[in-house]
Design a protein around this ligand. Structure first.
Ligand SMILES: Nc1ncnc2c1ncn2[C@@H]1O[C@H](COP(=O)(O)OP(=O)(O)OP(=O)(O)O)[C@@H](O)[C@H]1O
Length: 685
């Protein structure tokens, strides 16, 4: 399996701390994007979720920190004396030194206590007052307390109301500006080449904002505009990388702003919320010369405006699977070791690592491939770790309570003269929460020590991985599928048997996006009718409907042309006077696709010619008009379903044979043409 032998992953070398060497299976993409970043070209990373897009960008950030010269800089904001609504933002190259000590850092605005605070205060003080008064017997003391609290309360109410109601009015009055209000503030200090990450939907984080001031935003009560400027990620990424993920959610106006920033290499910050006092404030353009890397899934590109897409030089598609060879299996092993180290997990046994490789095959859909959707694999490893650790804990706790019972009994027997309190003390000490070492180590306590859970001994074993895979807990659709099969399978009238039936065949389907196979019974009945047509029952998806209609036409043609080499025909067969009913029996979940065409075609032929079909096999395969059996998806899930229902044979397209992972306890027959299937499935004698 791997080029190295080991018992557990603890025997393997530690992973490299360099993130770039931790990215596996994306060598081409890494090379391309690395050169893009070095040459300050913009890039778009596309690929399935969890294939390592963010990880790659993080790795580039780590590399950039150590590459080339970088001159630190700071961004400061000053008040604009001519127009206070247009604060001035400057970039200062180099380290901030003492002469800029005049500059202060922006603090969060202190807001006056609200009316709610006032109400809360009144209720709280009334309660305290009533409590105090109840406890005072002297009437003069009661009077003094009431008077004192009334004076303090009135002052507080006045102050709060003044700040809340008259604050804004006061703010608009001509004011004298204090020196603190004209001090410049540091908005951002950049000491190393930045990698700034922002989600596409977070407009404020991306483009910056001007904070709201409930007091009107003018000194002395309000906060001056230059102190309310918040820089965006595009400004903080100046001279570095701006990484924007989730491009699907990027609003069109944000795309336009980014476009402007890319072109002008500068962008002003203005208030984003029209209801805020910041809406009327706008800074001068602030430098933002960055390398843009965006990422998303393949379909998300449609959300990007053409002019922005045009300015992205590199469009890199990340792979979602790699070849299953020794080199890549070793890489997968490296990934397991990394995940264990990076997430502080327990070591994993050799067998469990092999099972992860098998899982990677299954998730890739082929024996010859390994999935690169590694977040999913990582999640499974983490959950298996939780089970391993959880089992250890529960075993220890069980062991602990067992010991406690033994000791309780032995203490009771051997120290009859001692008081009950003493016994209770000993039993108390068995509790694992008591960490303190007993001073006087008695026999009972030694036993207790033995029973305290041993730390860090759990190992992730094959059974833990299998528990996660079998439960399907890592995928919602898998769980729904498992639940469906568990609760519904027993009602399904599907049994592998040796009694051939006319028009009845077992097809195979995959339920849900993450795939769980199921067997579907297809039944065809022909009835005499003046209206010759094909009726489809319980078939939901459009593709399925079209393909079964096609299968019906093809089977009629094959029967009328007598190309199937089947001599027996129904005496009264006249296709012009028959209506065909095809039913996907007990198929209640949405099934789409064309993988049931071969099965449906055989079922119709069986009905048309009145020849029974054997009932000991399942079949999957897409059929084209030439009678060729073409590849289908989810072949492994389908084979597993056939096994689950007890079938001994499964017919699959030849082009899928190389994907088949496990052929244990079932005969897999690969076919290329419809003619090849005829002798395998019809009871011709
Ligand atoms: N190619 C890879 N090499 C090593 N680990 C990987 C790789 N791809 C994914 N992983 C693991 O999966 C985790 C998630 O990957 P990452 O966030 O980079 O995926 P993504 O492609 O950005 O996903 P999304 O599109 O959902 O944001 C990583 O932290 C890492 O543990």
């Amino acid at each position: 399996m791997f080029s190295i032998k080991f018992n557990t992953t603890e025997d393997l070398p530690e992973p490299s701390p360099d993130l770039i060497t931790q990215v596996i299976g994306q060598d081409e993409a890494v090379k391309v994007v690395l050169s893009a970043v070095k040459n300050k070209r913009h890039a778009l990373l596309l690929g399935d979720p969890g294939v390592g897009k963010s990880m790659m960008v993080k790795a580039f950030g780590q590399l950039l920190e150590h590459s080339g010269e970088f001159r630190p800089y700071s961004i400061i904001a000053r008040p604009n004396m001519k127009n206070s609504e247009k604060p001035l933002v400057d970039m200062i190259e180099g380290h901030l030194i003492e002469e800029t000590s005049e500059i202060e850092r922006p603090k969060m605005m202190k807001q006056p206590p609200s009316i709610f605070t006032l109400l809360f205060g009144i209720i709280a003080s009334s309660l305290i007052l009533s409590y105090i008064l109840n406890n005072l017997s002297d009437p003069s003391s009661k009077f003094a307390v009431i008077a004192a609290i009334s004076v303090i309360g009135s002052l507080l109410v006045f102050l709060i109301l003044f700040l809340n109601i008259f604050g804004a009015t006061k703010a608009s009055m001509p004011n004298s500006i204090s020196p603190a209000d004209i001090k410049p503030v540091i908005l951002y200090e950049c000491k190393k080449r930045p990698l700034v990450r922002a989600s596409a939907y977070n407009t404020t984080k991306l483009l910056g904002d001007i904070k709201h001031c409930p007091l009107g935003g003018k000194p002395p009560i309000g906060t001056p505009p230059h102190k309310r400027v918040i820089l965006g990620a595009i400004h903080e990424a100046h001279k570095g990388i701006l990484y924007v993920d989730e491009i699907k959610t990027m609003p069109v106006d944000v795309q336009d702003y980014i476009l402007t920033a890319l072109q002008d290499k500068q962008l002003a910050v203005s208030g984003r919320n029209p209801n805020s006092s910041g809406a009327s404030v706008e800074t001068n353009p602030i430098p933002c010369d960055f390398t843009l890397i965006m990422s998303g899934n393949m379909d998300d590109v449609s959300n990007l405006r053409a002019p922005l897409l045009d300015r992205i030089d590199y469009k890199v598609v990340l792979r979602n699977k790699m070849e299953n060879n020794q080199e890549n299996r070793d890489k997968l092993l490296q990934f397991i070791v990394q995940e264990i180290k990076n997430n502080n997990l327990r070591p994993m046994t050799y067998d469990a690592c092999c099972e992860i490789v098998k899982l990677a095959q299954l998730l890739s859909g082929s024996k010859n491939k390994l999935t690169l959707r590694l977040r999913q694999v990582s999640n499974i490893i983490k959950m298996a770790n939780d089970i391993a650790v959880g089992k250890e804990l529960s075993e220890s706790i069980a062991e602990l309570s067992e010991q406690a019972v033994i000791i309780e009994t032995s203490v009771a027997q051997t120290t009859e003269k001692k008081s009950n309190k003493r016994i209770m003390n000993v039993v108390e000490k068995f509790k694992p929460s008591k960490k303190a070492e007993p001073k006087d180590e008695t026999h009972e306590m030694k036993v207790v020590k033995k029973a305290v859970p041993k730390k860090e001994t759990a190992i992730i074993e094959l059974k833990h991985i299998n528990e996660i895979i079998d439960s399907g807990i890592y995928s919602m659709s898998k769980q729904v599928g498992i639940d469906y099969l568990k609760n519904f399978k027993r009602y399904k009238n599907i049994v592998s048997n040796d009694v051939p039936k006319v028009g009845v065949i077992h097809g195979l389907a995959v339920l849900g996006s993450d795939g769980l196979g199921d067997v579907t019974k297809i039944i065809t009945k022909i009835v005499k009718s003046k209206n010759p047509r094909t009726n489809l029952l319980n078939i939901s998806g459009d593709l399925a409907k079209h393909s079964i209609t096609l299968a019906s036409a093809l089977s009629k043609k094959l029967v009328s042309d007598k190309t199937l080499n089947i001599t027996k025909t129904k005496e009264d067969l006249d296709l012009a006077e028959h209506e065909i009913y095809i039913q996907f029996s007990q198929s209640y979940s949405k099934i789409d696709g064309d993988s049931a065409t071969a099965a449906a075609c055989l079922s119709i032929i069986s009905s048309l010619l009145n020849i029974p079909l054997k009932q000991d096999f399942c079949i999957t395969g897409s059929l084209d008009l030439n009678g060729d059996i073409l590849a289908i998806g989810g072949v492994n899930e389908k084979i597993n379903a056939a096994k689950e229902y007890g079938f001994k044979r499964v017919i699959i397209p030849k082009s899928n044979l190389e994907d088949v992972i496990d052929t244990e306890s079932i005969r897999v027959i690969a076919v290329e043409k419809l003619e090849e299937i005829i002798p395998l499935v019809f009871e011709l004698n």
